[in-house]
Design a binder for this molecule. Structure first.
Ligand code: NAD
Ligand code: ZN
Length: 352
């Protein structure tokens, strides 16, 4: 079958022809992939940074944000039928560790990730545990359903930080920051500001009807943010850039008692004056990873049903899956919001 894989332990990504998954194992299903989103994690694996080189065995079919139709069902699976349209949580939690048994499977210490630790969804077919499936309502189109996972990252962050009636600053307008901005607005934030240096992404943020979009290099920002936030500074900061300097600047402008949720992953250790910037200001720092299983998925479904227009604004490119190289080039250029690969016509296109 056609697949997109890390076949060599060096920068790049290639097409591959692995075997179809075959009869699913007990508790598993096979999904015929219709559409799949390119995640920042896929881009890390493409770049073969130190994290991916240390974690991902090659060859590995990548991709973990997807929607498709169930085409085979393993023994012991109930509640699903052939043809059901599904997405799936890509974190396969162990179910037995302390985190899993206390309702926190998103921080399971034994997590295996689809497209990182086991064959992924950038393929005609992917095998996943039935326990991880999410049935998609007909009203949500494939292109939106393909990105339940990153919208879930954004949703988990916004819901955990509790933005209603708060002045919110989002640091980083990549796909997850943009989804977070749209969700924060929908959740009744008093104001939403996005800080993003890339002009193409800043333009996408502006299209979401936010209160303020700023460039971190502009010295006038501080005054503009303080004016918007009634002189207090943002009461909620969502850090989605992974940039340590940006986090430091955000803590400087944070209102006393602010909640600062950290989702961006810095490339290395970050230096922080904890005493002055966190302790003495009474700041709450929240680490955010994955999505709550499955509370976040219900929240994302509701958001997608209510705000398809906002989904369309953040998803800027839908490319035929065989043009995947173009998708990674667009991420190199940063001239994109979310990119979705369309696998629907893959067989016809390959034989054309
Ligand atoms: P991305 O890299 O596309 O977006 C980051 C954005 O931050 C970019 O648009 C970049 O221009 C911007 N940026 C850089 N410097 C900035 C500054 N000084 N101020 C403001 N913005 C700045 O990534 P993404 O896919 O949107 O993901 C965001 C982050 O979240 C990444 O670090 C990613 O690795 C991480 N991530 C975390 C999880 C998790 O579970 N915690 C899951 C997925 C992704
Ligand atoms: Zn576990």
């Amino acid at each position: 079958m056609f697949a997109i894989a890390k076949t060599k332990a060096t920068r790049g990504i290639w097409s591959a022809a692995p075997q179809h998954p075959g009869t699913p194992a007990r508790g598993m299903v096979t999904v015929d992939v219709m559409a799949a989103g390119i995640c920042g994690t896929d881009y890390h694996i493409y770049n073969w940074d130190s994290w991916s080189a240390g974690r991902v065995p090659t060859p590995m079919v990548i991709g973990h944000e997807f929607v498709g139709h169930i085409s085979a069902i393993g023994e012991g699976v109930s509640g699903y039928a052939l043809g059901d349209r599904v997405s799936a949580e890509c974190h396969i939690a162990c179910g037995t560790c302390h985190a899993c048994r206390t309702g926190n499977a998103h921080i399971c210490e034994n997590t295996s990730i689809i497209g990182v630790d086991r064959p992924g969804a950038f393929a005609e077919q992917v095998e996943v545990p039935a326990a991880n499936l999410w049935r998609v309502p007909d009203a949500i189109p494939d292109v939106h359903a393909a990105v339940f996972d990153p919208v879930g990252n954004a949703m988990h962050m916004v819901a955990t930080a509790k933005v209603t009636a708060k002045h919110v600053l989002i640091v980083g307008g990549g796909p997850i920051g943009l989804f977070a901005a749209a969700i924060a607005k929908a959740h009744g934030a008093r104001s939403v500001t996005v800080q993003e240096p890339n002009s193409a992404r800043a333009d996408i943020a502006r299209s979401l009807g936010l209160d303020l979009v700023v460039d971190p290099r502009d010295p006038a920002n501080r005054a503009r943010i303080l004016t918007l936030t009634e002189g207090r500074g943002p009461e909620v900061i969502l850090e989605v850039s992974g940039n340590g300097a940006a986090l430091n600047a955000a803590l400087d402008i944070a209102a006393p008692g602010a909640v600062v949720a950290l989702l961006g992953i810095p490339s290395g250790p970050v230096e922080l004056d904890l005493g002055a910037k966190v302790v003495m200001k009474g700041i709450s720092l929240l680490g955010i990873t994955g999505r709550r299983m499955y509370e976040t998925w219900y929240q994302v479904e509701a958001f997608m049903l209510k705000h398809p227009d906002l989904m369309d604004k953040v998803i800027t490119h839908v490319l035929p899956a065989i043009d995947f190289h173009r998708g990674f080039e667009l991420m190199d250029e940063g001239s994109c919001g979310k990119i979705v690969l369309d696998f629907r016509q893959i067989e016809q296109r390959l034989s054309a």
